[in-house]
Design a protein around this ligand. Structure first.
Ligand code: ADP
Length: 984
């Protein structure tokens, strides 16, 4: 009985041990249980159904064993331990009995040992059994199906022997005695060890440098890698709204249980926008493994990029993928591959840049054979689905748009890359500049320029700033507002490095004009690449687009990391965003781009009906041929999100700021003005169309709009143009009362764009930005539009006291500002005091939500004090803020004086019975409070009795919420009868 209880208490841990390790581990537990006769044959079959999630089978096994009683439970513990290798000893095999029925029993009794003994010999045994007529060819083929590992084949062979009544069991036992003992666990230790060493050396060399750093900078990844914030994406379908958001984890934790949403899946998905650091994070993971610093549970790590997979135009098998595309084993290929298949849990496969894969994820074709070739995309999809190399861990990186729900089904955990923290930005700059003086000045410069600071959260922008530090320190950063400003800066930087003598600093044509032919050639290649989903270019393609050595020497095209370093290795743009930037240049200044293309960039962008693979069966090896690939067709075929990045740059290049630069670069016939007016028209129309698509408001309610990613992109493009007049025109006539931009990846840069455009709204708006990553810097960027905000929702946005300081000054001074929702951020007593100070001069705020912060007693005191004679606040939420007696006392005093507050929410704090007496004193003198929420505190019957006193004389209070406190069911019944306003 004791064991059964203990067993039940250990259940979740046992499920973990059985389900989270390999299938091999689970099956060897079953072997022991069968051999000790804990499981009947029928039990065994019910827990070894192929295709069922391991966790389901594990739970079923625990149920079966528990029902059998204490001794079986004890044996299960022993089996788990044995299978996990705690008890490595295998019993020696002796002579067997000569009788067939006893032989069947012997096979079962010694199953674990026999499986270990024969797993490396199954093929030869099968041939022998076939030859002797014990098994048919059909039976042999069923046993040797390629989806099974060697041990599984061994088990299937034993299962067949059990049911065949033809002497096979006896024959098998005799044969087994003569078999040589195979070394366990490695079939060929030396070959595997050598392969691991070679793989580590290869991966280490590949991961040493980043492509954005050329040799001259002499910066190894080891020296510059800066921690990127990794946030766990919740399973929104299960998501409890009150769950505290922004759970983060460290790189070292990405394979553990934290944040796991599907125990049966093997893929960790890393999601982030372009430039958020996905490839670099993966590279760091490879480096840490290859240099023996972390992730040593894996014996083999195979890095791939989707660019590389895309370039494979011939069918490949898993074996050729691993060996030919990644690292070739110098000896024992078959043994090494067998080992990989038999120990999938020791293998990690990484796939970078799923968004760049031109094939969309599908479950249409199933492929289970690791040795049979299939298309690269089919191979990838089946690896992700677990049809191939089940239990191998996989890491997949992607921009968000490429992840579809059918792929999410196979995701073990999903992590978003949030970029650098504020401290991270500083650390990054210091790592880059060994000269402390330079680093100090650069850090100060970034901090002092709010728009720049906002951009630097995105690693690729931090890289640009760091790379162009000389220019910035010399000329200041005041001109850096938009993304286009950043990319122009880096363009000028590269040009000046390539030919320092003929380039002077400045935005004048002298900077770019001499290099215009190069820029246009790169631009044409870039656009062609986007239109054919090609991100790596062969020497032949470069020749075909006229890109010569001099163009290459500028440094924007670098040897592709997805291919082995050879002289003929294809090249790629330093970063996808740079490819889009050059494409934008071409769209603006290319001789064959007429203004009609603009519409395609900004709105009429439709994918062609034919799927790309058919149109471009060998895209990577084709050459750009502008006659056939008109600009329009390329734009239509390009990935929407790349077109959007290009559009943002195009708008930026057409800003007033850069007008002189582009006009001086153009040829005589380039219709720049026409293009500019088209962009303006498309943006204004696009935004209006978006607003018009919102259903009409229900009479009596405000018109509400939920923004889609397209809306954020249009806003960003408007911001890049920096045209106040256009922004005004685009939104001034729009009627919307509530603008919801939740879960839209809004960071500081997007906040700046939103403020730039929305400040022109004629009607006050409620701006809902919950569940984004606005942060303190983003709050600052929002300030310009606060004058049109009636309400601001910033729940779950990583805002700290610093952000509150920035907000309060401005928001609480606006006459029409009524609602501020700051739930689930990092606001402490310091922020609460700042808010309190702001409230003293404010007479408009009606709703203040601080749920899920940590203002504590001190913060509650400050706020309470400020509300003594506040006349507009009706609703205050301090739910879950660590408030105890001291805070409650202050709030009670506030209730004595305050005449406007109608609802006070104090759930999930530390309130006790004594605090109820304090509140009663306040409530006795109060005549405005209608709802008091006290659920989930530490109140007992005694506290409620005190509250009842005041209810007798107070008719204003409509309800007091008390659920989740300490009452017996009888007390609840009794108290509810005493006053129906008490809600339990
Ligand atoms: P993504 O793959 O998300 O597009 P990358 O990993 O290519 O982004 O990052 C772009 C550039 O930003 C890198 O080349 C590197 O210069 C810089 N970078 C990104 N992440 C980091 C990091 N964690 N530490 C240092 N630099 C980084």
């Amino acid at each position: 009985m004791y064991t059964q209880e203990f067993f039940q208490a250990q259940r979740s841990q046992l499920v973990g041990r059985l389900a989270l390790r390999s299938l091999e581990n689970f099956e060897s537990v079953l072997d022991y249980l069968l051999s000790w006769e804990v499981l009947t044959w029928e039990d065994y079959e019910s827990v070894s159904l192929p295709g069922q999630p391991l966790s389901t089978l594990a739970r079923r096994l625990l149920d079966i064993v528990w029902n059998k009683g204490g001794q079986s439970c004890e044996l299960l513990f022993a089996a788990v331990q044995k299978a996990e290798g705690a008890d490595e000893q295998t019993e020696p095999l002796r002579k067997w009995s000569q009788n067939e029925s006893c032989s069947v029993q012997d096979l079962q009794k010694h199953r674990p040992t026999i499986v270990r003994k024969i797993y490396g010999h199954v093929e030869s045994i099968l041939n022998l059994l076939l030859e002797r007529g014990f098994l048919t060819k059909y039976e042999c083929d069923e046993i040797r199906l390629p989806i099974f590992t060697s041990s599984q084949r061994a088990r299937r062979l034993l299962d067949f022997a059990k049911v065949k009544d033809n002497g096979v069991a006896q024959f098998l036992l005799q044969h087994i005695l003569q078999l040589p003992v195979l070394p366990v666990p490695l079939p060929d230790v030396t070959a595997c060890k050598k392969y691991t060493a070679k793989l580590k050396a290869t991966v280490s060399a590949q991961s040493r440098f980043l492509s954005t750093y050329d040799g001259t900078e002499n910066l190894c990844l080891e020296n510059i890698y800066t921690e990127n914030i990794l946030e766990i994406r919740k399973n929104l379908s299960l998501g409890v709204p009150s769950q505290k958001g922004h759970d983060t984890l460290e790189l070292a934790e990405i394979f553990n249980h934290k944040g796991c949403i599907n125990e049966d899946a093997d893929t960790v998905l890393l999601v982030g926008e372009a430039g958020s650091g996905k490839s670099t994070l993966l590279q760091q993971l490879h480096r840490l493994w290859a240099t023996g610093q972390q992730f040593q549970d894996f014996l083999f790590v195979f890095p791939f990029s989707c660019r590389q997979l895309q370039s494979m135009d011939k069918p490949v098998s898993v074996q050729s993928l691993l060996f030919e595309q990644c690292c070739w084993p110098n000896e024992g290929q078959q043994e090494v591959f067998r080992y990989l298949l038999d120990h999938p849990d020791r293998v990690l496969l990484t796939f970078d840049g799923f968004d760049e894969f031109k094939f969309r994820f599908t479950e249409r074709e199933t492929h289970c054979s690791p040795t049979d070739p299939t298309s690269a995309q089919n191979l990838l999809f089946n690896l992700l689905r677990g049809n191939l190399m089940k239990n191998t861990k996989k890491v997949l990186t992607s921009r968000p748009h490429a992840i579809c729900p059918s792929l999410r089904k196979y995701v073990r955990k999903e992590l978003s890359l949030m970029g650098f923290s504020q401290d991270g930005i500083e650390l990054f700059m210091r790592k880059h500049h060994s000269d402390a003086g330079v680093a100090d000045r650069l850090v100060q410069l970034v901090k002092a320029t709010s728009a720049l600071h906002g951009l630097c959260h995105v690693p690729v922008f931090s890289w640009i700033v760091s790379r162009c530090h000389k220019e910035l320190l010399l000329h200041g950063s005041g001109f850096l507002k938009t993304t286009t400003d950043m990319y122009l800066l880096v363009l000028r930087h590269f040009i000046s490095h390539a030919s320092p003598e003929d380039v002077a600093w400045g935005l004048g044509a002298s900077t770019l004009r001499p290099r215009l032919p190069t820029i246009l050639r790169l631009g044409r290649l870039a656009l062609w690449g986007l239109g054919t989903c090609s991100y790596v270019f062969s020497a032949e393609q470069l020749r075909a687009s006229g890109v010569d050595e001099e163009d290459l020497s500028l440094g924007f095209l670098v040897p592709s990391k997805s291919f082995p370093p050879e002289s003929s290795a294809p090249v790629e743009f330093l970063h996808i965003t740079l490819q889009c930037f050059f494409a934008a240049f071409y769209l603006l200044l290319g001789a064959d781009v007429n203004p009609s293309a603009i519409r395609c960039v900004f709105g009429g962008h439709k994918k062609p009906h034919q799927p790309l693979p058919r149109l471009f069966p060998m895209a990577c090896f084709q050459s750009p041929e502008p006659e056939e690939e008109s600009v329009l067709t390329l734009l239509q075929r390009a990935e929407t999100h790349n077109v959007r990045i290009t559009a943002v740059f195009l708008a930026g290049l057409l800003s007033q700021e850069h007008w002189r630069l582009v006009t001086e670069c153009r040829g005589t016939s380039t219709p720049l003005l026409q293009k500019k007016s088209r962009v303006r028209r498309c943006l204004a129309r696009g935004l209006r169309r978006h607003f018009r698509s919102i259903p009409r408001a229900v009479p009596g309610e405000v018109k509400s709009m939920h923004a889609m990613p397209e809306f954020v992109w249009l806003i960003r493009s408007l911001y890049e143009m920096q045209d106040e007049h256009l922004a005004r025109k685009a939104v001034s006539k729009l009627e919307v009362g509530h603008l919801k931009v939740t879960y839209c990846n809004i960071g500081p840069a997007e906040c700046a764009a939103l403020a730039f455009v929305l400040k022109n709204l004629q009607q006050p708006v409620a701006l809902q930005l919950d569940y984004n990553s606005v942060g303190d810097i983003g709050v600052e960027q929002l300030l310009p539009c606060l004058s049109v905000c009636r309400a601001l929702y910033l729940r779950d946005n990583n805002i700290s006291d610093q952000g509150i300081c920035r907000l309060v000054d401005q928001a609480l001074q606006c006459d029409q500002f009524q609602k501020l929702a700051l739930g689930n951020n990092h606001i402490t007593a310091v922020g609460a005091k700042v808010l309190a100070e702001g409230l003293k001069d404010n007479d408009s705020l009606q709703f203040l939500g601080l749920w899920g912060n940590t203002v504590g007693d001190e913060g509650a005191q400050a706020l309470a004090c400020a509300l003594h004679d506040h006349h507009s606040l009706k609703w205050l939420s301090l739910v879950g803020n660590n408030i105890g007696s001291v805070g409650t006392q202050a709030l009670a005093l506030m209730l004595e004086k305050n005449v406007s507050l109608e609802e006070l929410c104090l759930e999930e704090n530390h309130l006790q019975d004594e605090d109820m007496c304090t509140l009663v004193d306040g409530l006795k003198k109060n005549s405005s409070l209608e709802v008091l929420k006290l659920s989930n505190n530490r109140i007992t019957h005694r506290g409620v009795s005190a509250l009842l006193q005041v209810l007798e004389s107070n008719a204003t209070i409509r309800s007091i919420w008390l659920r989740g406190n300490t009452f017996t069911p009888e007390e609840i019944e009794q108290l509810s009868l005493m006053d129906s306003r008490l809600l339990f």
